[in-house]
Every structure is written in C-alpha cells, then in structure tokens.
Design a protein around this ligand. Structure first.
Ligand code: ATP
Ligand code: MG
Length: 187
C-alpha cells in the first residue's frame, strides 16, 4: 500500500469487527531511534492462542465472502520490508494489540499518509466507538480522544458534519504543530 494510514484503516476495521468499544492508535516517530512505531489496541473479542498462532497466515480468516484475509499479512510484510518488527498479542474477551515497527528512514517505508482523514473516516463510520489517537515525536505529543469530545458534546453524535469538520481541523492543526516542533513538514 502506498500509505501506512491505509494499513491502519484496515487493522482498525478488524477491531471494529471484533466488537471493540475503545480502540487506541498510538504512533511514535523517533528520529533518535530511527523508528516509526504504530500500536493499534482494542478491547474487542480477542483471539484464542491457537487462532493467534495462525493469524499471520493469509489463509486464516473468519471472513465468509472469500477464503483469504490479507490485512494482517500485508501489514506485517510492509514492516519487515523496512527492517522493522511485527507483533500481535491477544486474549479472548479482553482484546488485541497489533504492534508494527518500521525503519523511519528506510527507503522502502511508505509515508504515513493523512491521519486526519483516517480518523474522520473511522469516527464517521463508527460514531459509537471511542478512538484514542496519540502521536508522539522525540520532543512532543499530540492526543485526540473521542471520550474528551463526548464530554463536551453530551448526546450529540460524533458523525454530525460539523463535528467531523471540527475533528479534521483539530487533528490537522495538532499534527502541523508537531511537525513544526521538530523543524520538518509532516510526512
Ligand atoms: N483485532 C482483532 N480482534 C479479533 N480478531 C481479529 C482481530 N484482528 C484480526 N482478527 C481475526 O484475524 C483474521 C484475519 O485478519 P486479517 O485482517 O488478516 O484478514 P480479514 O480481516 O479476515 O480479511 P481482510 O483484512 O483481507 O478484509 C480475521 O478474520 C479475524 O478473525
Ligand atoms: Mg482485516
């Protein structure tokens, strides 16, 4: 995939299908460690030990429309292709955590892509789920948490157009500030 954010969308969709009510997306960009780490965690149905041992194989899926599930294998391949690491931990009825580490400066690393668009797509599609997106650099941290927005909005659904526009602008501004703080433009 051309952008890592498309993998993020794909992996978060697994969490949505798993019935999660809270999904964490943590991005850590460390120039010092030369690593880009993406951690996606959920409190969904989880996977059994046996299923987890097979889940990185494309032929492991609970899909019914086709026999292969490519989300996890493609994501793992993208990480390993740039000197990275990949790990999934999961527990039935507790949740799942998918960690991918990419070589930040590796020539084959895809750009992160548009995280404001990614988050507004997720919130629009699943306004009842809480998302907590954190984005950290060596010096700064940005947090977007729908639980905070819900506190302000009360019963107003998060997928109203005005709310989505506000979320888009909030994330864009936060990431621009992060990029400026390390003297780069956002990749
Ligand atoms: N967060 C999760 N919680 C519970 N089960 C999961 C989670 N992520 C993946 N799985 C299980 O692992 C299987 C494989 O996931 P993967 O994303 O590789 O393929 P898929 O979702 O089945 O198909 P595709 O992503 O190609 O649409 C899923 O079908 C699902 O059963
Ligand atoms: Mg999937």
């Amino acid at each position: 995939m051309k952008e890592l954010s498309l993998h993020i969308l794909d992996i978060v969709k697994n969490s949505v299908k798993a019935g999660a009510t809270l999904i964490g997306i943590d991005i850590i960009e460390s120039v010092q460690a030369d690593e880009l780490t993406i951690v996606i965690s959920d409190n969904g149905c989880g996977m059994s030990k046996d299923f987890l041992a097979r889940v990185r194989d494309p032929f492991t899926t609970t899909r019914t429309t086709r026999k292969v599930g490519m989300g996890i294998p493609l994501y793992e391949a993208a990480a390993l292709q740039c000197d990275g690491r990949f790990d999934i931990t999961s527990e039935v009825n507790v949740g799942t955590t998918v960690t991918a580490v990419f070589g930040l400066s590796h020539i084959d690393r895809a750009p992160l892509g548009d995280m404001a668009e990614t988050m507004t797509t997720l919130v629009s599609g699943s306004p009842e789920i809480d998302f907590c997106y954190t984005h950290q650099t060596d010096t700064n941290r940005f947090v977007f948490d729908t639980r905070e927005i819900r506190k302000e909005l009360g019963e107003v659904p998060l997928n109203l157009p005005d709310v989505i526009l506000w979320i888009d602008a909030f994330i864009k501004e936060g990431l621009t500030t992060l990029a400026l703080s390390r003297g780069e433009t956002n990749k």
